[in-house]
Design a protein around this ligand. Structure first.
Ligand code: EPU
Length: 430
């Protein structure tokens, strides 16, 4: 078993370069199926979710070739497989984008229900509602989503009862090939929705309005290959911003889109952190005390739920009381017990609201990365904690953060990945 081991107390100085956005690329990769041609994707992050998705694409029959560290050539011309079994699909949430992409490409998809981080119930009713209104016969049978549109799909008007990133993306993927006009109302507006729309349009689709809550898609007969560069990861950038704010120091975060970071920047300013925005970088400085503030997570352009654990960790070190309300996920405070092990004073009421009483510092301990962003929060806590913090279950972190040890070391953190033998290794040696 590998753990991250952090000796806290170093301020952070220097610069860190952000990779491509996880939640964009995991939609763009299935979308390449629609082209039935060669796509070159650039600025692809070196994270586990990408490896898994590329593995699935290869199993489906796509020819995947790495061109350099961040570019891949994906040829989907000869893909014919229309089924994704459970052992593959359960490895990441985004496997459900293969439903929309396959229905758009073949008029058929059998994809096992997805995995992903555990935040309580994660329904897919809105994905199914969207497919049905395009004329797709879709059912869940033995843990498989079986979708059939052999008679073809027809554009229609779909109102999303909740703002859902996944459902908006899945309907976009199918609707680009439906006859006529599809209108998605109350659509998600995240930067990765805009990135997907731009990518689909580059492949010949006709998608308008992405980034607003009404997306209009006029179906086309065929799409084609292209070269496309994935947007920078808003959440990776936000994580390094909060890390610099928590540890103190002066860090420039490069290859970012400052507009995507506005809600995070606004909250850090409220906490007394200095932020300077450049064209494609932000500089984060913190030397004084951290001030408390209240945060409510919301769909974009609100404060992202995927930054909530990192922000709670920062506020746990502020002078005073902060309240953080999670309004996207039913159960996203499970990691709080881990912060309490390090000395944080946090009370979670009703599963959705955390009352945080700032403390002067943390003390190192052994903690778990209970999910991806919770893992990022543990790193931030470890950077500040006195003594040594060990983080277990780091595979969660590697799903979404590329070169996390190297990037933090480059800005002065004392962090390393260490191998610890577990029971199985010991048995082998006996
Ligand atoms: N919802 C429904 N019905 C549906 C779909 C969603 O009621 O059919 C509800 C959910 O229960 C939730 C809300 O709508 O309360 C938002 O869910 P959404 O569909 O937007 O989430 P998702 O698509 O499953 C993506 C990201 C998550 C991120 C959320 C919210 C990917 C692969 N995942 O999930 O990212 O938290 O959007 O922004 O894009 C992460 O990167 O750490 C992560 C968990």
């Amino acid at each position: 078993m590998d753990k991250l081991v952090i000796r806290g107390g170093n301020k952070l100085y220097g610069s860190v370069t952000i990779g491509g956005a996880k939640n964009a690329v995991v939609a763009l990769l299935p979308a390449t199926l629609l082209a039935r041609d060669v796509v070159v994707l650039e600025n692809v992050p070196a994270i586990r979710d990408v490896k898994i998705m590329l593995g699935i694409m290869s199993q489906l029959g796509a020819q995947v070739k790495r061109l350099d560290k961040t570019s891949f050539r994906i040829d989907t011309t000869h893909v014919t497989v229309q089924e994704v079994p459970n052992d593959v699909a359960k490895r990441l949430r985004a496997s459900y984008y293969l439903i929309g992409a396959m229905v758009g490409t073949f008029g058929k998809a059998d994809v096992s229900l997805p995995g992903g981080c555990d935040f309580g119930v994660r329904p897919i009713n809105l994905h199914l509602k969207g497919f049905k209104s395009l004329g797709v016969n879709v059912d869940i049978d033995n843990g498989m989503v079986r979708a059939d549109a052999k008679e073809g799909m027809t554009g229609s008007s779909i109102y999303m009862d909740e703002v859902s990133v996944g459902a908006t993306i899945n309907v976009m993927l199918a609707a680009v090939k439906a006859k006529g006009l599809t209108i998605i109302e109350n659509a998600a507006r995240e930067p990765h929705i805009v990135d997907l729309a731009n990518f689909l349009n580059r492949m010949g689709a006709n998608v308008r309005g992405a980034g607003t809550d009404v997306i209009k898609i006029r179906g086309v007969e065929e799409l084609h290959g292209c070269t496309y560069s994935v947007i920078p990861d808003q959440i990776e950038a936000g994580t390094y911003m909060v890390a610099a704010a928590a540890a103190g120091g002066d860090v420039t975060i490069k290859n970012v889109t400052p507009k995507h970071l506005e809600s995070i920047t606004a909250k850090l300013l409220e906490c007394g952190v200095e932020i300077e925005e450049g064209d494609d970088e932000v500089r984060v400085r913190r030397f004084g005390e951290l001030k408390p503030c209240n945060v409510k997570t919301k769909p974009h352009p609100g404060f992202p739920t995927d930054m909530q654990p990192q922000m709670v960790t920062l506020l746990a070190l502020a002078k005073g009381t902060s309240i953080v309300h999670e309004s996207v996920w039913e159960s996203r405070f499970r990691y709080v017990d881990q912060l309490i092990r390090l000395g944080a004073k946090i009370n979670v009421g009703g599963g959705k609201t955390a009352v945080i009483q700032g403390v002067d510092g943390f003390k190192g301990a052994c903690v778990n990365a209970t999910d991806l962003r919770a893992g990022a929060a543990m790193i931030i806590a470890g950077l500040v904690a006195e003594g040594e913090t060990e983080i277990e279950d780091i595979y969660h972190i590697e799903r979404g953060y590329e070169d996390v040890v190297e990037k933090f070391r480059a800005i002065g953190a004392d962090i390393q990945r260490r191998y610890y033998p577990d029971e199985d290794d010991l048995e082998l040696r006996a």
